[in-house]
Design a protein around this ligand. Structure first.
Ligand SMILES: [Zn+2]
Length: 593
């Protein structure tokens, strides 16, 4: 089918008609407010019996579906028009509902713990729990590993001012930073985000000058950032100590449903294969006329060669190439383009970036992005379609079987992106264009295998040292530079010692260790992609079965069951790295003089 004259705005009225003026939406929000109160009463007075339990769980799931549908809808309204004040007010109301519902969750956790081991086993073996036993078990185990309900709720309450507040303070510091640079003889004042964008400027003077001023700015705010980071780490360490958790990685690993051996196997495989990526960085330095790259050269563009695509062409290109390896994903994507599930119009007033969101009660998804025709837009579109397809194959599952962790969340999106990126390389019209596309892939590998590795090394060491006291600005810089040198195999001339201050991810209090899941997701997906290429389109059935299980087992079991692979061993990880290395080899061959 030829995709042409596609609409570029999404269709939302079938979910709630009338946008932020929708009467139906308002009624739904009223309902969630009342229902959250009802559920709180039910949870408090809950007494265990098999029937009571099942009916409570079903009620909680259907409430969650309706709440997340309303939340997703409001998210869409704000994304399409960041000035939609009515939608923002509605979001505020829903946030209170989320908070109330999370307290209901704590009460339920307590009730789960009170059920005896035998009764629990019997209960979970009933067919009604086939898909959700894993997630309920996980909740029960997590609750047991924590302190009692009164201590945990005290921690939660104190965390508002004693923990999350440090993250808010950090945001304030970042917000007031302004970096003065001179570009083309004109003085410009840049925010942190704008300054970071300059690191991909083709002009080295701009990159270098911005970087120097950028580092000065962080040095100036260093004491504030160090205080925030020390207190965030100190608070976390202290809670772990009281809960009797010895390993800092215990919580991040549990959240990502993976074993420590798996994480170690992944980093060891990466560490053993860095040489080829060092060669890439060396070649890039040479192409830029430098002896060695500095931190601020890593993202510099080599050329401006990239051809643009219209939206219709991009849709056609994506669907066509999906079809070669994943025909069902191709059909799904075609439908998404035709049914108005994608908001892609290039206009002002939209929020930046891209995302995919789902309406569980409607069993539908929507994709948001701004399409201006660049290769990176095309890959974002493929990426979000991958997410949407993941949600789609889970739509018949009960709600509690659809919550997958961050490390597998990017599996389907990266898989989709890889298909399209490879197709783009083979379709490149000129050598220059091909080099630019391969460079883009190589840059991503450097980000996942080197930059994120440095973050992980720094963060594990910093948390360890924090156990015996606060770290000074100098010590944080030292630890960071060491981690970067190690992770980049000494390939750079100059590093970014203040990266611990400039990287927001270290200050996220809701999710600990916001780094290794990215690398995991990328390589996990690369390993799956390698299998798909070996087996062809018939692999898709296995792939879908794997996606359907992402919310109900640990990653080791997921890989074993669907791919026959042991992720605690390096072999699997090496295969994924090999694919990335092949792109670099091709890049090196094409840029050989
Ligand atoms: Zn994503």
């Amino acid at each position: 089918m030829l995709l042409q004259d596609l609409r570029q705005t999404w269709e939302l009225d079938s979910v709630f008609p009338g946008g932020s003026d929708s009467k139906e939406l308002l009624a739904e929000i009223n309902w969630t407010e009342n229902e959250a109160k009802e559920l709180a009463k039910k949870a408090d007075s809950f007494t265990f019996s098999n029937e009571n339990f099942l009916s409570l769980i079903n009620e909680l799931q259907s409430f969650s579906e309706r709440l997340s549908t309303a939340g997703a809808f409001i998210g869409c309204l704000i994304a399409q028009d960041v000035k939609d004040k009515k939608a923002m007010a509605l979001r505020g109301r829903l946030e209170s509902v989320y908070a109330a519902f999370s307290n209901v969750g704590s009460v339920i956790d307590q009730k789960l713990m009170d059920i005896s081991e035998d009764a629990w086993k019997d209960l979970m073996s009933l067919p009604e729990y086939e898909h959700i036993a894993f997630s309920l078990n996980e909740r029960r185990v997590n609750a047991k590993e924590k302190l009692g309900i009164s201590e945990e709720s005290l921690i939660n309450d104190l965390a508002v001012d004693g923990y999350h507040a440090w993250s808010t303070l950090y945001d304030l510091v970042v917000g007031r930073i302004s970096i003065k640079v001179e570009i083309d003889g004109k003085e410009e004042e840049l925010s942190v985000g704008q300054a970071e964008n300059k690191f991909s400027s083709p002009d080295r003077n701009v990159r270098k000058d911005t970087f120097e001023k950028f580092v000065q700015a962080w040095d100036h705010e260093g004491e504030f950032c160090a205080a925030s980071l020390n207190h965030i780490a100190g608070f976390r360490n202290e809670i772990y100590k009281h809960r009797g958790w010895e390993e800092t990685l215990k919580e991040p690993l549990a959240i990502n449903r993976m074993k420590e051996e798996t994480l170690s196997a992944m980093w060891e495989a990466i560490t053993s294969q860095k040489e080829i990526f060092v060669k890439y960085l060396d070649r890039k330095a040479k192409l830029l006329g430098l002896d060695k790259l500095s931190w601020y050269d890593v993202d510099a563009p080599l050329s401006s060669a990239n051809s643009k695509m219209s939206y219709d062409e991009a849709a056609q290109f994506i669907v066509e190439h999906f079809r070669t390896l994943a025909p069902k994903m191709a059909d799904f994507s075609e439908k998404a383009f035709l049914d108005g599930w994608i908001e892609a119009e290039d206009r002002s007033g939209k929020r930046p970036g891209g995302f995919c969101t789902g309406f569980p009660t409607k069993k539908e998804t929507r994709i948001f992005m701004t399409f201006s025709g660049t290769p990176s837009n095309v890959s974002t579109l493929a990426h979000e379609l991958g997410h949407a397809f993941h949600t789609d194959v889970l739509k018949e599952m009960p709600y509690y079987a659809t919550n997958y962790a961050m490390n597998v969340a990017e599996t389907a999106s990266t898989f989709a992106e890889m298909i399209v990126a490879d197709a783009a390389v083979s379709n490149a019209k000129t050598k220059e264009e091909k080099i630019a596309l391969l460079e883009d892939k190589a840059q991503r590998s450097v980000a996942f295998f080197m930059n994120i590795h440095a973050r992980f090394l720094f963060e594990t060491r910093m948390y360890e040292e924090r156990k015996s006291g606060q770290l000074s600005v100098e010590r944080l810089c030292e630890l960071m530079e060491e981690a970067q040198k190690e992770a980049f195999n000494g390939a750079l001339d100059e590093y970014h010692p203040y990266f611990w201050a400039s990287k927001l991810h270290f200050y996220i209090t809701d999710v600990p260790f916001y780094n290794f899941p990215y690398t995991f997701g990328y390589l996990f997906s690369a390993g799956i992609y390698a299998k798909a290429k070996e087996e062809g389109p018939s692999f898709e059935e296995k792939y879908i079965a794997l996606l359907q299980d992402t919310g109900k087992m640990e990653v080791e079991e997921l890989a074993q069951k669907h791919l026959g692979i042991d992720v605690t061993k390096q072999d699997f990880w090496l295969k994924g790295i090999e694919l990335a290395a092949a792109d670099v080899e091709e890049f090196l061959a094409l840029t050989e003089e």
